[in-house]
Unconditional design. Structure first.
Length: 415
């Protein structure tokens, strides 16, 4: 088989990240359940993060969805405003999202090649990788995956189609992405019945009208069909109930189909370019365990908000030791500790806040959280928890409050 080469192509053994457990998050104000969560959210360069995971997870991850930068050579901003007109981008309130900027194509291929090799090692024998790209580099990526997995382990080349405005005037509008699905072994997971969809009404009518339709083959019209390898899902810009403002967010329907098809309940699903957090949100909803990582702190904050708002599943937050989180104390935040709640007063534009009612000074145990509403409205300034907030009186421990502002500033107050 031919392989793709370039001057700087090489194999490497990356330095593993030194992962520090920062916090454990228990969504829903349920206090401190006596459980050890297998779900992990990781802040760090995913090359070092995956290298750190190898000792415990090599050959154990059932499904990996990878949505890396597309080699667009653009800088993407996050929308942090609320109630804005989507048709007037000049009025949007923006913050830094992430950069998809490269010195050249060789640099990008080095970046992608090293990470795909680690994903292969982490996949279980029945595991599947879905690599999501577009026209910029999907042809190069297919050759890399043929080399790593074997060309005969391509399961599907999936086309995700969507609508939307386009500035292109001298070519056909580019309105699809390519998702390359590769399996590690022959005994891979594929749950056809979990992703069936109804036949088109015209197809049903055709079979009702003529017994010769389908060249004598009559499908099970009630059971439905396995989708073709081209999928239509609206982009998130049209899905107001999902939109977080984080750039290049993918729709939940897209990930739901992938996760249902290529994993089972209690399987482990990973996303090492997690961005807005669609993969862990959908995985938790479908009763899968997850590992999610990103190098951008804003992405981690976005993922925390989505997980605590949509799931009852606890998760740990860990960071590479080289990422030092800077929390400030502020006299602008007034804290009132009540028997079964904590209240704050502040004029700071709070995006997310959480409390540990019995902080041990080491690992922050988030017992209750509040998020700024996605569309409109104010964030709650009072958090109730099932376990009395004044448990710190009995234990001699402190109440710790952490806040993140809309601009990404972080504050920690200990009382």
């Amino acid at each position: 088989m031919p392989i793709l080469t370039w001057p700087s192509k090489h194999h490497t053994d990356p330095q593993p990240a030194s992962l520090i457990k920062d916090s454990i998050v228990f969504p829903g104000g349920c206090g401190y359940p006596n459980v050890q969560s297998e779900n992990r959210l990781l802040l760090g360069d995913n090359l070092a993060v995956m290298a750190a995971l190898l000792p415990d997870y090599e050959g154990r991850i059932n499904l990996i969805y990878a949505d890396p930068p597309f080699f667009t050579n653009r800088k993407y901003s996050a929308r942090i405003g609320r109630g804005e007109d989507s048709r007037k981008p000049e009025e949007w309130v923006l913050a830094e999202g992430y950069h998809d900027h490269w010195l050249d194509l060789d640099t990008y291929l080095d970046f992608l090649y090293q990470r795909l090799q680690l994903m292969y090692r982490l996949l279980s024998p029945n595991g599947t990788l879905y690599l999501h790209l577009d026209w910029h580099v999907d042809s190069y990526a297919r050759l890399l995956l043929d080399e790593i997995f074997g060309h005969d382990h391509l399961l599907n080349e999936i086309i995700w189609t969507y609508h939307g405005p386009s500035p292109i005037r001298r070519a056909f509008n580019r309105k699809h992405d390519t998702i390359l699905a590769y399996v590690k072994g022959d005994d891979y997971t594929f749950n056809a019945d979990a992703v069936r969809e109804p036949y088109h009404p015209s197809t049903i009518q055709t079979f009702k009208a003529s017994p010769k339709a389908g060249f004598g083959k009559i499908p099970n019209l009630e059971r439905g069909k396995v989708p073709e390898d081209w999928w239509y899902f609206p982009v998130v810009a049209r899905l107001h109930n999902e939109r977080t403002g984080y750039p290049t967010q993918k729709p939940e329907g897209l990930l739901e189909r992938i996760i249902r098809a290529s994993s089972n309940k209690d399987d482990l699903v990973a996303d090492f370019f997690c961005g807005s957090g669609t993969t862990p949100v959908v995985a938790a909803r479908l009763e899968r365990k997850f590992i999610a990582s990103d190098i951008m702190l804003r992405a981690i904050h976005t993922i925390c908000q989505r997980l605590t708002a949509s799931s009852a599943e606890s998760f740990s937050f860990e960071r590479d030791a080289c990422f030092d989180l800077q929390y400030a104390d502020s006299a602008k935040i007034k804290v009132d500790i009540l028997p079964n709640a904590v209240k704050i007063e502040t004029r700071l534009p709070i995006d997310y806040w959480e409390i540990d009612p019995a902080w041990d000074g080491e690992i922050f145990k988030s017992a209750a959280q509040a998020q700024r509403p996605l569309r409109s409205g104010e964030i709650s300034k009072e958090l109730k928890i099932l376990e009395p907030a004044q448990v710190h009186v009995k234990t001699g421990r402190s109440v710790c409050i952490r806040l993140v502002t809309v601009e990404g500033e972080m504050f920690q107050i200990v009382r």
